[in-house]
Structure formats: structure tokens, C-alpha cells
Design a binder for this molecule. Structure first.
Ligand SMILES: *Cc1c(COP(=O)(O)O)cnc(C)c1O
Length: 443
């Protein structure tokens, strides 16, 4: 019997996404998405566990030569099952709220020891909870926060290990909403002011100046800005050592970007380039490296499955209206982000020699959601194969900043989430119900 070539998914290195056509139907690893949509309804988030583990492994391999801990940035995707999957493979976590701290506790308690706490607006109760959990490191973003941390550490007789999150004034080309490394941004402390603040911390008995931290933004594709930022940080660390501080950690933040389009993208090469840039920035500095990748780990492992409700023409424009909306995936509305959209049924190949359809108004469509906002779109003037009501579409690369940024806007229940692990499919979050939606309200 001849083996069906199409039945073997390509090796993961050759495909930056776990979604492949088999027998003309789209699959996530072993799972048929058409079946999953029928069983679980839409909109539906689907993730590949194998893909998530693979991305984590790429990071581990790339930094194998340097002592390091990978602290996955929870805000990218905070599902408990995904946190547990990562924690079991040795990951720590970057949190930005007391809520995310609770998620770590619930997902995998021992991982609390590998938590770093970032964010410009930490509140007293959040600092207290993190002190009690004995987290690894507070990334402090202002002098006022440092004073509050000192006071809370003293009140609880707990030593607080901290790093100042410095602002290296490095420009990284990305969307203005997710660029953070310039002095005009609200994040971090001017790197020039850091030395004197560390000096003042010496007088605070319950503070341990254990590291220096930096994070210059998100979805950064060129790696040079990472090297530039780390060069500035390592030079600060040398000064701090001269001042008698025992600096053991260097937190390089997150921010490594992915390719949301269709150009060839080799994640292994990308993370290797990133590691080379950080290594260059580190020079001979041997402090324990903390890495906070979010998007790079989870974005391409996940996708949002949606059903077409209507196809409607307004003059020359064609609108494909889906059952997913901006409340389910806000990235296009918020950042003008691009997501590839592919049909669940593989479109027929063009016969050899025949030109693909020209890009006319005919096959260009706007893919939009049902929410009452003109900003509720997934794609504009996109060339798609013909679609009709009831067809299923997949919005790719929605694993990061997808589910974690959902809302109940328009009183829409949040989608369900599935984690595919080899042959097994696990419902990791059920679809919200009307009862869930109304539960906190008082009449
Ligand atoms: C958002 C964030 C990250 C993760 O960024 P990605 O682009 O998803 O890798 C890491 N560290 C901090 C401090 C962040 O705010």
C-alpha cells in the first residue's frame, strides 16, 4: 500500500504554524477543525501543545550556553492549562498583576519561585501577595514604587529582591502602542538616574538590589535594538558592582516578534539571531539571564476559528460577516494588526498555466465581526477564495494577545478554548454562558 504523503504533517521547523490541510481539510496537529467546530461551536480558540513546547525548547536551546530562566509573559495568553504546560517544562513567569500571580499559584505552585513582577502601577495588595509568595524578583518602575516595596517588605519582614526596570532610550521599530524603550514612554526609570536610586536602596534594610531589568517593546523584528539595550544595561551593572551592589540577575525582557504574514519565517533562526544579539550585548557579563518572551512562544500555536454568518454587498464592497468579533480578537482594531485568514476547506488549486484571479473588487472582501463598531474588522480589502454563509474560516497567529484581550463588549460571551496535544483534544476553557455574563450584576 502506498503511503499518503499528504497525511504526514511537515516537520515543525518547516512550518511556523501547526495548522495544515490534510485530505483538503484544515487540521491542528492531529485534530480536524471541522469536527471541533461542530462539537464545540464557534468562535473557538484552538492551540497546539506540541507547538508551544517546541517554541519553549527553541528558546532553551538558543540560550543553553548562558545560565538563564525563561519567564513566559503571562499577559500574552494567561490560560491556566497553558501556564501549567509551560511550568512543567521548567518555565518561570513574568506577571503584571496580582491576578496573574494567582494564575501561577493555581497552575503550578512551585513556579511562584520563578516569578518576576513587572508593571508601572503595582498596588499594595499586589506587592504584599508577591512578597508572601516569595517571588524571584520585583521589576521596579519608579522611585515611589521602590519606597512602597521597602515599606511593605519591612512590614512583613520579608526581603524583597528587586531590579530597577531601566529605560535605555533605545528605539525599536514597532507599533507605537507596544513600543516601550524610549524616555517618552511611561515605562521604566531613566538609565542615567538608576545608579543613584540603587545607592539610596542600600539604606533600606529589606531591599536586595539583585538585578537590572529592561524591556523595550513588543513585536520587534530586528534584533539590533535588543543588543543596544543590553549593552547599556551591562555597562550600568559594571558601575553598580563598583558601588558594591551584589547584582546577580539581568532581565532582558521580552518582545521578540513573529511574522504574521506569508513570507518565509524560520522561528529557530529568529531565536538564534536574537540570542546572538543578546550575547553580543552581554559581552563578558555572566549574571543569570531572565528572558520574558510572550508572543514568540504562543502567537503561532493558536488560531481563532469562526463561522461566516452572512456575505453582504454594499455598492462595490463585499463584507464577510463572521460570528467572531473585535471582542474575541481585538488586535486588528487596536493595532491595525494583520492576521492571515484561511478557509477550513482547502481551495481548489489553479489549473497549471492559468493565472490566479486578478485582485479586483470581485474577490477582495472585508472580513468583519458583528459588533456595532466600524472598527470591528479582521481584514480589509483582503483577497479570499469565494466564501459563503456557514463556511468556517481560521484567523491565524491569534494565540498571543487574543484570548487574553477578549471582552464581553456587546454582551457577547467569551469563546471556548481547546488545547490539542497529539491525539487528545482538551477543552481548557468552556464557552461563557448568559449566566456567567450576568453573574456579577445586582438589581
Ligand atoms: C508584554 C511584556 C513582555 C512580553 O512581550 P512579548 O512581545 O509578548 O514577548 C515581557 N516583559 C514585559 C515587561 C512586558 O510588559
Amino acid at each position: 500500500m502506498s503511503k499518503k504523503i499528504a497525511a504526514t504533517p511537515p516537520p515543525i521547523e518547516a512550518n511556523p504554524r501547526p495548522f495544515v490541510y490534510r485530505d483538503r481539510l484544515l487540521h491542528c496537529d492531529g485534530a480536524d477543525l471541522t469536527t471541533l467546530a461542530a462539537e464545540h461551536g464557534t468562535p473557538l480558540y484552538v492551540y497546539s501543545a506540541r507547538h508551544i513546547s517546541h517554541r519553549l525548547q527553541l528558546f532553551k536551546d538558543a540560550f543553553a550556553a548562558h545560565p538563564h530562566t525563561i519567564c513566559y509573559a503571562i499577559k500574552a495568553n494567561s490560560s491556566l492549562a497553558i501556564l501549567r504546560l509551560l511550568a512543567k517544562q521548567g518555565a518561570g513567569f513574568d506577571i503584571v498583576s496580582g491576578g496573574e500571580l494567582e494564575r501561577v499559584r493555581k497552575a503550578h505552585k512551585p513556579a511562584l519561585k520563578k516569578v518576576v513582577f513587572s508593571g508601572v502601577g503595582k498596588q499594595t495588595w499586589e506587592i504584599d501577595a508577591a512578597l508572601d509568595a516569595d517571588i524571584l524578583l520585583f521589576n521596579v518602575e519608579s522611585e515611589a514604587e521602590l519606597h512602597l516595596l521597602a515599606a511593605r517588605a519591612e512590614a512583613r519582614s520579608k526581603v524583597a529582591r528587586f531590579a530597577l526596570r531601566v529605560n535605555p532610550d533605545v528605539f525599536a521599530e514597532t507599533h507605537p502602542y507596544i513600543s516601550t524603550g524610549l524616555s517618552e514612554h511611561k515605562f521604566g526609570i531613566d538609565i542615567k538616574a538608576a545608579r543613584s536610586i540603587y545607592r539610596s536602596a542600600k539604606k533600606m534594610k529589606w531591599l536586595d538590589p539583585a538585578g537590572v531589568s529592561v524591556h523595550i517593546g513588543s513585536q520587534i523584528r530586528k534584533v539590533d535594538p535588543f543588543a543596544a539595550a543590553l549593552t547599556r544595561v551591562t555597562s550600568l551593572i559594571a558601575d553598580l558592582r563598583r558601588d558594591g551592589h551584589n547584582i546577580r540577575y539581568i532581565d532582558a525582557g521580552g518582545g521578540l516578534g513573529i511574522d504574521y504574514g506569508t513570507t518565509a519565517f524560520d522561528p529557530a533562526k529568529q531565536v538564534a539571531k536574537y540570542a546572538a544579539a543578546l550575547t553580543k550585548g552581554l559581552g563578558t557579563e555572566s549574571a543569570h539571564l531572565l528572558l520574558e518572551p510572550g508572543r514568540f512562544i504562543i502567537a503561532q500555536a493558536g488560531a481563532l476559528l469562526t463561522r461566516v454568518l452572512y456575505v453582504k454587498k454594499n455598492g462595490t464592497k463585499t463584507f464577510v460577516i463572521t460570528d467572531a468579533g473585535m471582542n474575541d480578537l481585538i488586535r486588528p482594531a487596536l493595532y491595525h494588526a494583520h492576521h492571515e485568514i484561511i478557509p477550513i476547506k482547502e481551495p481548489a488549486k489553479q489549473p497549471a498555466g492559468k493565472q490566479p484571479l486578478p485582485e479586483t473588487g470581485e474577490n477582495k472582501v472585508d472580513v468583519v465581526g458583528p459588533v456595532c463598531e466600524s472598527g470591528d474588522f479582521f481584514a480589509r480589502d483582503r483577497v479570499l477564495p469565494p466564501v459563503k454563509p456557514n463556511d468556517l474560516l481560521l484567523l491565524l497567529d491569534a494565540g498571543a494577545y487574543g484570548m487574553s484581550q477578549t471582552s464581553n463588549y456587546n454582551s457577547r460571551p467569551r469563546p471556548a478554548e481547546l488545547l490539542i496535544d497529539g491525539a487528545t483534544t482538551k477543552l481548557i476553557r468552556r464557552r461563557e454562558t448568559m449566566r456567567d455574563l450576568l453573574a456579577p450584576e445586582l438589581l
